[in-house]
Each structure stands twice: as C-alpha cells, then as structure tokens.
Design a protein around this ligand. Structure first.
Ligand code: NAG
Ligand code: NAG
Ligand code: NAG
Ligand code: NAG
Ligand code: NAG
Ligand code: NAG
Length: 713
C-alpha cells in the first residue's frame, strides 16, 4: 500500500516539472563523471568487447581465450597495455574523468587557459580486435584570437614491463605501427599447444604538439590484437584508415547506441537504480562479443571478473564457472538471444573435453568442469569444489533449456551440436544418480551445493532438481527430434529424491541440514526462482524466511536479488525492496564497478553480482518468467520509480516493449525477425486475449499477463 501511494505522489511532482518521460539514455543515467580517480585502482572503469579488454590506465590487456599456466594455475595472460596512456597539460585548471556507458567510452578532460584536451579510450564495438585511445587538443577561443603559440601535451605510456605470461619478440614495423608477437609460456595441459598473440600498435611519443597555426587536432593511438598476424595487421590498417577519415570513433559509438536501441531497461525517478542498471549491463556486454559485428571469433565465455580481470591468483583467474550460466546469462538471453547463444557456444566449444572429463571420472555423457579456461578441461585449483561441485552441468543444461524456451532454435539443436550437448549432459546425470533401495528414490551422493560452506553432502536439493530438469528437458528434445530417450530417464525424473521437511514445511539444503547451519549464499531459494520449482506459497515463504536468517552477510553479491525476486512473487514489496537495496553496497564509486562482497573484497568487476541484480530487476520487479508454455509478465514498480520499461525483450524472435507506470501497462510488438512465431497476449484479470500485431500496443490495467507462442516443447 505504501509503495502505491508513493508512486502517485512522485508522479504528480514529475508532471508538474514536466519531465520528458520518453527521453532515453539520458546522460545523467549513463555517464559516470568524477573529478578524481578511485584510490584503489582495481575500482577503475574497464573497456572491452569480448575479444580484448583492459582496465583503464592499467599496464595490462587481456584477450579472449589467452591463458597461461598449467592446470589450476591457468590464468589470463598479460599483454602489455600498449593502449594505456596518461595525458598531462601544463597549467591545467580543471580535470575530469567520465565513463560513458551509452557509448562505451572512458574519457579524461583537461582544461587550461590555452587549451581543452580530451582523451577517449575504448574497445571498438565493431572492429573487435581494436583498442583505441585518441587525444584531441583544442585551442580555447580566447587564445585563438591572440598571438598563438604551439601547445604541448605530455604523454606517458603505461604499457608496463615485459609480460610474465607471454614470451614476446619484436617483429618488423607495420605501416608506422610497432609489432610484436609471442607465445604463452606454459600450456594448460602438459605438452599442449601454446597459443600465439600478435600485437600491432601506434607508438606513443613523449608529447604531442598543436602547431601555432592550428586550432584543433586529434591524435589516434591504435592497438590491434589477434591470434592471427594477418588479422592483426588488417584491423590495424582499417583502424588507422578510418581514424584518418574521422569515422573510427563514430562507428564505435553508433554501434554501442544500436545495442541499447535493441535492448535496455528504463526506469524513471530513481537515478541510483538507473545508473546501476546501465552500468551492470554495460560491463557484462563489454565482456561479450559485439552484438552487431560479424561472428568471427570463437568466444570463450564470461568469467566472474569479466574480460578485463583474471590475472594469476586474482578474480578467479579468468575461469568460466556456473556463474555464466546461472547469473550473467539469463538477463542477456532475454534482451539479446544472439549473445545468449554465444555464451552457450562457449560450452559447446569444449563439449569433447567435458565428455573426456566424465569418462575419466567414471561417468557417462558430458560433465563440465567446475572451472574452465582454454582447453575446457578442469582447471579448478581448490580440491573441494573440484571433487564435489557438480551442479554446474545442471546449470548449463538449464541455461540451454531457457534458450530453447526463448527461441525454439532448432537450428542450434541440429547443426550447432545442441542436441549432442543437451543429451550428453542428461547422460551424465543418468549415470551420476543412484537408486536407493531404502528410499525407493534416485539419489545423488557426495556433492557440494551452490552453498560452498558444505562439501561432500548427499542430496543437495538444488543439485537434485537441476539434474532432474536436465533429464526431463533432454527427453523432450529427443522426442521433438523424433528420437527415443534412454529407458531410465523418465523413471529417474519421476522418482528423484527431493529433501523436504514435513514438520517445518521447508526444503533442507541437503540431507541432514538443520536450520541453524550457516549458508554462504543463495542456494535453496534458487528453487523458487530461477528454477520455478512447483511449491506452495507457504513453502516458498518458509524457504525465504529460514534461509535469510542463516545466510552469511559477508557472502557474495548475487544472493539478495534472489531473495527480492522471491518476495516479489509472494507480493511482499516492502520486504523485497529492503533486500534488493543491499545490492548497492557492492557498487564501488565513481564508475559503478562491482565487488564480490559488500565490504569491497573478493573479485572485481563482479559480473555475477550484476547478473543477479539484473535478474532481480527483470524477473523480480518485471515478473518475467520463461515458462514451458508461455512467457509471464507481472510488473511491480521498483522503489521510488514511476515508470518501468523493458525495451526490446526478445521472445520467439519477436522484439517486445513492456512499459508500466503506476496505473497501466502497454505491451508493444516492435519487430519480428526471421523465424518468428505469432504471439497471443492474455490479460489475467480480464481474461482478454490479443494477437500481437507489429506496432499496435495492447494497453491494460497494471497486473499480470502472459504471452503464448504458437508452439511449445
Ligand atoms: C574541440 O573542438 C571540436 C570542434 O569544435 C569539438 O567538437 C570538440 O568537442 C572540442 N573538444 C574539446 C575537448 O574541447
Ligand atoms: C617532446 O617530444 C620530443 C620527441 O619525442 C622530445 O625530443 C622532446 O624532448 C619532448 N619535449 C619535452 C619538453 O618533453
Ligand atoms: C561500422 O562500420 C561497418 C563497416 O563499414 C559497418 O558495417 C557498420 O554498419 C558500421 N556501424 C555503424 C553503427 O555505423
Ligand atoms: C541409466 O542407464 C544408463 C545406461 O544404461 C546407465 O549407465 C545408468 O547407470 C542408469 N542410471 C541409473 C541411475 O540406474
Ligand atoms: C503444482 O503442484 C500443485 C499441488 O501439488 C498441483 O496441483 C499442480 O498441478 C502443480 N503444477 C504444475 C505445473 O505441475
Ligand atoms: C512482509 O514481510 C515482513 C517480514 O516477514 C512482514 O513483517 C510483513 O508483514 C510482510 N508484509 C506483507 C504485506 O505481507
């Protein structure tokens, strides 16, 4: 009730000051400006495009798939930061820094009496091998009219010392650029191959000078990186060419704006929320391949720290975990299923390694390792998770299921290893479960649940359910393609043991759990969302209440969004808002970098937390659920907001806008892509049905609605 009243009050104020509600991507929400840099440089902004990435001003560039070190020591290999330059202007009066997430650019602006200098650093959003820093020096108007003098701007390269990871050698210059190539020092597997990297870059002089007779000039410094020499050269050539024509930068910013045009979340009234949403989406998207560029490289997946982090013994060394499938992937899938597919393909890429892993450990099918890097073989340095944390294969199967529910992409199943991928994971689970004669149920013994405080427990409720889902989904896919699933799959699905406490009416995390035992993070509460496990409201409420009390407040960021999502489903908005607000503690100013824990420790730039946060927005407040037969939508306005719009949600190859305010909802089909299915929207309160037509909004009172496609699994 409170929240609804608040909504009306704020709306009134907004109408009085005539805020333009239709305005998109306003600078306040998307440009994070500061007069100083964070003291701790790990909170610096990052730029990236899924192929290359860097923390601004650091001495390191990382490249997709370039790892050095054997087994558990495998970590992202450092490439000296040839793009990292600091700019200094004598007599400067004001300096400021800004991360513009709408355009994917970090800038440093310096003003003095004689000049304005702006440096822009970015990872190109179309030409994905390129990192660019460009510096524009403008004579100020006042000085231009007087007797002019040359203006010198001092530069400092921060490329740093030689790499400990890559044995680099200089090669011949290329078109005015310097060139080096190198092999990583230690392969991931003994005797395995050593990937090569080629770097072509514009050398950075000590200073640049704007001549006396000129009012403005831009200098562009390009770094081109590739696993292939020709490609590194080609991209460098195109980059310098376009920079000369002045279109390199505009192509980059236009490409980013196109990404936002295709999918975003808009809220009105709560700036902190808007910034957190744009910031989180920006950082995850900059660790993914460019949306509108050719798919011309093999993508290795999103690590908890993103592509700009992952050195030795930090930020999970750039490894891929369940985090990608369970945390970063769901919001990206809803807005950009092409990128969701890229994330899945970072797993189909190494399907053979997962099969090998299963075989070696005595199982059938494909068992994905707890941590994966270059080869797709296990690279987990910690013995407990390595031995017991098996749910990752269920998480990946659930991600594949969501992809099919969202897109019905049969092409993926038939021609991109999808069928083998999905059935191989189910085969693993069929061999991982055992029949327990006493219980007369299938059980899974000796696991570590998502709550990593407990290893070697039996029947983790979360693990058993994802295993069961993997088998039932694979059975459906087999039938869809006219094949018959192995005989014991259905039996396992129907008779999986699901721990449940009848007295307390809640789900124990594993067999033998009691409600005084502390847990690290969201685990059992994942049953309600994202697993959409069928249970009564009372049981859901009990799970949320019991586990909130015992969840470690020092645990990782993604937990609170899941609690909030649960309470939103149960209609307790006050409770949801207070749990959701805990997310903000993990956001470090001024550039909205996320830390794993609320007190600034753990991995940066914590994509996992961002993913949980975005799910709390889309699935929690938005009430979006990808069900077997339909897409549900039931919005609640986040605290202090008057409008909440999900723009460009993709369902069965249709782009949809969901716009909600205090009173009503407007759903608009904005685009139909090749292979789209006709959709019918059904309003829950009235039972009215509308076949969605492009450009024709359906408007109804705020409440629940579902969208039904033509075909279901
Ligand atoms: C320099 O001048 C150009 C052209 O007038 C302008 O577009 C640009 O914003 C200026 N840059 C700075 C840093 O003042
Ligand atoms: C400016 O750069 C040139 C060329 O690198 C160098 O010779 C000169 O000493 C520099 N001037 C200053 C003042 O640093
Ligand atoms: C960037 O340049 C490429 C190559 O010319 C072009 O295909 C693409 O459409 C451009 N992107 C934008 C947003 O202008
Ligand atoms: C299911 O069948 C497969 C193949 O015959 C077998 O390897 C597996 O152990 C069976 N699973 C169970 C739980 O009995
Ligand atoms: C969920 O469980 C309830 C009660 O056990 C049952 O009536 C209902 O059919 C189930 N729903 C689904 C979708 O399985
Ligand atoms: C929401 O939950 C809190 C804490 O459990 C409780 O005190 C409050 O009464 C609930 N509010 C509603 C509307 O159910």
């Amino acid at each position: 009730m409170m929240s609804k009243m608040g909504c009306h009050v704020v709306l009134l104020v907004l109408l009085l000051i005539k805020v333009n509600l239709a305005m998109v991507l306003d600078d306040e929400a998307t440009v994070f400006t500061s007069y100083s840099l964070p003291k701790d440089r790990k909170f610096m902004a990052t730029v990236g495009n899924g192929y290359v990435a860097t923390t601004v001003y650091s001495d390191t560039i990382f490249m997709n798939g370039l790892f050095n070190g054997e087994g558990g020591a495998s970590h992202r290999a450092r490439i000296p930061a040839t793009v990292s330059v600091t700019v200094n202007l004598d007599g400067s009066t004001i300096q400021s820094y800004a991360l513009d997430v709408a355009r994917g650019v970090f800038s440093h602006t310096i003003q003095s009496e004689v000049a304005n200098v702006q440096q822009r650093t970015y990872a190109h959003q179309f030409y994905s091998r390129l990192l660019v820093t460009e510096i524009t020096v403008n004579r100020t108007d006042a000085m231009a009219t007087r007797e002019a003098e040359p203006i010198r701007v001092d530069l400092k390269s921060n490329m740093g010392g030689p790499s400990d990871d890559v044995e680099f050698h200089d090669g011949p210059d290329f078109q005015g650029g310097k060139y080096m190539l190198g092999k990583i020092k230690t392969p991931e597997l003994k005797g395995g191959d050593k990937p090569i990297v080629h770097v072509v870059w514009t050398p950075v002089p000590d200073n640049i000078t704007l001549p006396a007779d000129q009012s403005s000039q831009t200098w562009t410094f390009i770094t081109s990186i590739s696993s292939n020499q020709k490609e590194a050269e080609q991209f460098y050539h195109v980059g310098t060419n376009l920079a000369g024509k002045g279109t390199l930068y505009t192509n980059h910013t236009q490409s980013w704006l196109k990404v936002w045009e295709e999918g975003r979340i808009e809220t009105t009234g709560n700036l902190q929320l808007q910034q957190a949403i744009y910031g989180s989406l920006y950082y995850i998207l900059s660790s993914l391949p460019p949306l509108n560029a050719p798919k011309d490289f093999e993508f290795f997946g999103v690590s908890p720290g993103g592509l700009a982090n992952g050195k030795y013994q930090a930020d999970y060394q750039g490894h891929i975990f369940w985090d990608q499938a369970t945390w970063m992937y769901p919001p990206i899938l809803l807005l950009h299923p092409e990128l969701g597919l890229s994330m899945l393909e970072s797993r189909t890429r190494v399907l053979d390694a997962a099969k090998d892993n299963a075989r070696k450990r005595g199982y059938n099918g494909a068992m994905f390792p707890w941590e994966s890097a270059y080869t797709g073989h296990e690279v987990c340095p910690a013995p407990g998770p390595l031995k017991y944390e098996h749910h990752v294969t269920g998480d990946i199967a659930f991600a594949a299921q969501q992809y099919i529910l969202s897109t019905m992409d049969v092409n993926f199943l038939l021609y991109k290893k999808g069928y083998d991928f999905i059935t191989s994971m189910a085969q693993f689970w069929a061999s991982r479960t055992q029949y327990d004669d006493k219980k007369k149920k299938y059980v899974i013994r000796a696991v570590m649940p998502p709550d990593e405080y407990h290893e070697n427990v039996d029947n983790s409720v979360y693990t058993n359910i994802v295993a069961m889902y993997s088998l039932s989904f694979a059975s459906k896919i087999a039938k869809l393609l006219g094949k018959s699933p192995p005989s014991n799959w259905t039996d396992i699905v129907d008779n999986m043991y699901i721990p449940f406490d009848k007295t307390k009416q809640y789900h124990p995390e594993y067999e033998g759990y009691n409600t005084n035992i502390q847990v690290k993070q969201a685990d059992v509460i994942l049953l309600g969302y994202p697993l959409l496990y069928n249970m009564s409201e009372q049981v859901y409420r009990n799970d949320l209440t019991i586990y909130e009390r015992v969840t470690d407040v020092k645990g990782p960021a993604m937990t609170w969004g899941i609690f909030a999502t649960g309470w939103l489903q149960l209609g307790n908005i006050t409770k949801a808002n207070s749990l959701f607000a805990r997310n903000y503690k993990n956001i470090q100013e001024p550039f909205k970098v996320w830390t794993e824990t609320s007190f600034g420790a753990g991995a940066v730039n914590f994509m996992t937390g961002m993913g949980g946060f975005l799910q709390a927005v889309l699935n929690g407040y938005g009430g979006i659920r990808l069900q077997e037969t339909q897409l549900d939508y039931h919005p609640t306005l986040p605290a202090d907001t008057t409008n909440f719009n999900i723009i460009g949600l993709d369902y069965r190859r249709n782009k949809l806008n969901f716009e909600a305010d205090c009173n009503q909802i407007r759903v608009t089909l904005t685009r139909q892509d090749k292979g789209h299915q006709q959709l019918t929207l059904k309003v829950k309160a009235t039972g009215q049905e509308h076949v969605l037509q492009p450009g024709v909004p359906v408007v109804f009172s705020r409440g629940a609605a579902s969208i039904f496609p033509k075909t279901t699994l």
